[in-house]
Write a protein that binds this ligand. Structure first.
Ligand code: D5M
Ligand code: FE
Ligand code: ZN
Length: 503
C-alpha cells in the first residue's frame, strides 16, 4: 500500500485497511472513486475515520449506481449522508443495522435440476471420465506434473514416470508394501510404494479407490516404484472479511423420539434474540444466515424397525412440524440441503428436498432449498454444503479416520478435491454425465453433518465445520458406540468460530 491512493487518504485523515484498499484499486475508475470518497468525507467532524472493506464496498456500489463514472463532478449530497450514517451509526442494534443490508445470497452450484441419468450403461464411463478430466485439469497445473504424459507411453519411455491416473485398486502386499493399480484413458500401470519410504507410505495410507492422483516414479520391470504421490489439493486462501454471523446446524431428525425438541426451541429463541446471556444475544444479533446440512427430519423406512423410534410416523407431518419449528425464525435467510434421512432421492448428488413432501417448509419466506452437495454465497463467503454420507466409507477404509474426527476426513476430501471419492460402497452415487461431487471451486466454509459429532478446523484458510446434531443417542448409535454432541451449535461470529450450547 505505497502509492498515490494511500497518500491521498493519509492527507485526508482517512485510514484504510488492506482489503478495503484492494477493493478500491480493482475498480476501473479507482482514482475518481477515491477523490469522491475523500471529498464526501472531508466534512466529517471525526478526527480519524477508518475505512473497512464493507464500508468501501457499499460506497462503491452506491457510487456506481448513482453516478456515471465519466462525469463524477455531478454529485449530490445524499450519498454523503448515507456514508456518515454508516460510519457513525451507533444507536441502532447490530441486527437492525444488518437488516438494512439486503441478503447477498446466491447459489453458485446446485445439482437439483441438472442431475439426471438416462439409465444407459455408458453413463457409467461418462461419469468416471468426467471425474478424471476435472481433477486431471487441476493436477496438470501442479509443478511436479507439468511434464506428465499418457500411461501408454510408460512402457516405451526411459525417463522418469510422471502420470495422472484414477486409482483402480490399492492393497498391501504380504511384505507390507503397497500395490496400486492406476489408469488413465490410454492404459494402466502397477505402482509399488515401498514401506521403507516412510513419508510416502504414510501418504499412501490415505489413498482410496477411485480418486485421481499424480504419480512420479521410476520403472523396475513392469512395476513403477513411486517416489511421490500428488493430490490436486488447494492453495492457502486469504480469509475474507466477515461483518456478520452465520449459524450451522444439521441432523435435526424431527419426528424421531430422540429429537431434542426443547433444546431446539431454545436454539430458535436464541437466534431470535430472546434467549441466552448478553454475549450470546449479541452474537444472535449479528446472525444473517442459518445453514442446515441435511437430515432435517428422521424420515420413514430409512432403517429396519425405524417406526418404533418415531413420534411422527408420516413424512409429510414430519416436514409440517419442521416448518412450524423453523417458521418461528425471524429475519434470517435459512438455507436447507437434504441428508440421507430426507425425502430426496438417496443417490448423491441429492436434489433439494422436494416441495411436494415439504409444502409448508417451502412457505417460509426466507428459506432456500439446495441440493446435497451445493455451493452457495453468503454475503460473498463461498459455503460448500455436504451432508457427509461418504464419511462412513472413509472412516471404514482409511486408518486414522473415524466419525469422531470428521475434521480429518474433511481435510482429506479437500485435498482430494472430491466429496465422495470411493464409488460403490455405502454412499450411493448417481452415475451421470457430470460428477457433481468434484470440489470445483475452493470454498471459504465447508459445512458438513451426518456423523452427529461436532468438529472444527481451519485448513489452508478454509473453515471446516461439522455441526453435530439435535438428536440424542439412538439405538443404532449405541451399538456402534457413537457418542453424539447434541444441541451444540457452531457459529462463525464475524469470522471467529464459536459453539453455543442449548442442552
Ligand atoms: O447417521 C447417524 C450416525 O450413524 C452417524 O454417526 C453415522 C452413523 N451411520 C449411519 N449409517 C451408517 C452406516 N451405514 N455405517 C456406519 N455408520 C453409519 P444418520 O444419517 O443420521 O442415520
Ligand atoms: Fe443424521
Ligand atoms: Zn445422515
Amino acid at each position: 500500500m505505497t502509492d498515490d491512493i494511500i497518500l491521498k487518504f493519509t492527507n485526508a485523515d482517512l485510514l484504510i485497511d488492506d482489503s478495503a484498499y484492494k477493493k478500491i484499486v480493482e475498480q476501473e475508475h479507482s482514482n475518481q472513486i477515491v477523490d469522491s470518497l475523500i471529498k464526501d468525507l472531508s466534512g466529517s467532524n471525526d478526527n480519524l475515520i477508518f475505512l473497512t472493506e464493507p464500508i468501501v464496498d457499499q460506497y462503491i456500489q452506491k457510487y456506481l449506481s448513482k453516478y456515471d463514472p465519466q462525469n463524477y463532478a455531478n454529485q449530490d449530497s445524499d450519498i454523503i449522508e448515507e456514508m456518515y450514517n454508516e460510519i457513525n451509526n451507533n444507536n441502532k442494534t447490530p441486527r437492525d443495522k444488518l437488516l438494512d443490508v439486503p441478503f447477498d445470497f446466491h447459489v453458485i452450484q446446485d445439482a437439483t435440476k441438472k442431475s439426471y441419468t438416462n439409465g444407459e450403461i455408458k453413463d457409467f464411463s461418462a461419469y468416471f471420465n468426467n471425474r478424471f478430466q476435472k481433477i486431471k485439469a487441476m493436477l496438470i497445473k501442479k509443478p511436479g506434473l507439468k511434464d506428465s504424459y499418457p500411461m501408454k507411453d510408460v512402457g516405451v519411455r526411459d525417463d522418469v514416470v510422471n502420470v495422472i491416473g484414477m486409482v483402480n485398486d490399492i492393497r498391501n502386499t504380504k511384505n507390507n508394501h503397497k500395490i496400486m493399480e492406476i489408469e488413465d484413458e490410454t492404459g494402466s500401470i502397477t505402482v509399488l510404494i515401498h514401506n521403507e519410504n516412510h513419508s510416502l507410505f504414510e501418504l499412501a495410507e490415505s489413498v482410496v479407490k477411485d480418486e485421481v492422483i499424480g504419480v512420479i516414479g521410476s520403472k523396475k520391470g513392469t512395476l513403477v516404484i513411486a517416489s511421490d504421490i500428488i493430490h490436486p489439493s488447494v492453495p492457502r486462501i486469504d480469509e475474507k472479511k466477515m461483518d456478520f454471523s452465520a449459524v450451522f446446524i444439521s441432523d435435526i431428525h424431527i419426528g424421531s423420539s430422540t429429537f431434542l425438541e426443547d433444546a431446539f426451541k431454545r436454539f430458535v429463541k436464541w437466534i431470535n434474540g430472546d434467549f441466552g446471556d448478553e454475549e450470546q444475544r449479541k452474537i444472535a444479533n449479528d446472525v444473517r444466515y442459518l445453514v442446515v446440512a441435511g437430515d432435517v427430519v428422521d424420515g420413514i423406512g430409512v432403517y429396519p424397525h425405524q417406526e418404533e423410534e418415531l413420534t411422527i410416523k408420516n413424512i409429510y407431518e414430519q416436514y409440517e412440524e419442521a416448518a412450524r419449528l423453523l417458521g418461528d425464525i425471524n429475519d434470517i435467510k435459512i438455507i436447507i440441503a437434504p441428508g440421507n434421512h430426507d425425502a430426496s432421492r438417496l443417490a448423491e448428488p441429492q436434489p433439494a428436498i422436494p416441495e411436494n413432501y415439504a409444502a409448508d417448509l417451502y412457505k417460509i419466506k426466507n428459506a432456500e432449498f439446495v441440493s446435497n452437495p451445493s455451493l452457495v454465497s453468503l454475503d460473498g463467503l463461498k459455503t460448500l454444503i455436504y451432508h457427509g454420507r461418504s464419511f462412513d466409507d472413509l472412516a471404514m477404509t482409511v486408518n486414522g479416520l473415524s466419525h469422531q474426527n470428521s475434521d480429518l476426513i474433511m481435510r482429506e476430501l479437500i485435498e482430494k478435491r472430491h466429496l465422495a471419492p470411493i464409488y460403490g460402497e455405502r454412499t450411493p452415487l448417481a452415475s451421470e454425465f457430470e460428477d457433481h461431487l468434484v470440489i470445483d471451486e475452493i470454498p471459504d466454509i465447508f459445512h458438513t453433518g451426518h456423523v452427529h459429532i461436532n468438529a472444527y478446523k481451519k485448513h489452508k484458510g478454509i473453515h471446516m465445520i461439522n455441526s453435530g446434531t439435535f438428536q440424542s443417542q439412538t439405538e443404532f448409535q449405541k451399538i456402534y458406540n457413537i457418542m453424539p454432541t447434541c444441541a451444540e451449535v457452531p457459529v462463525l461470529n464475524k469470522g471467529a468460530f464459536k459453539i453455543l450450547k442449548f442442552t
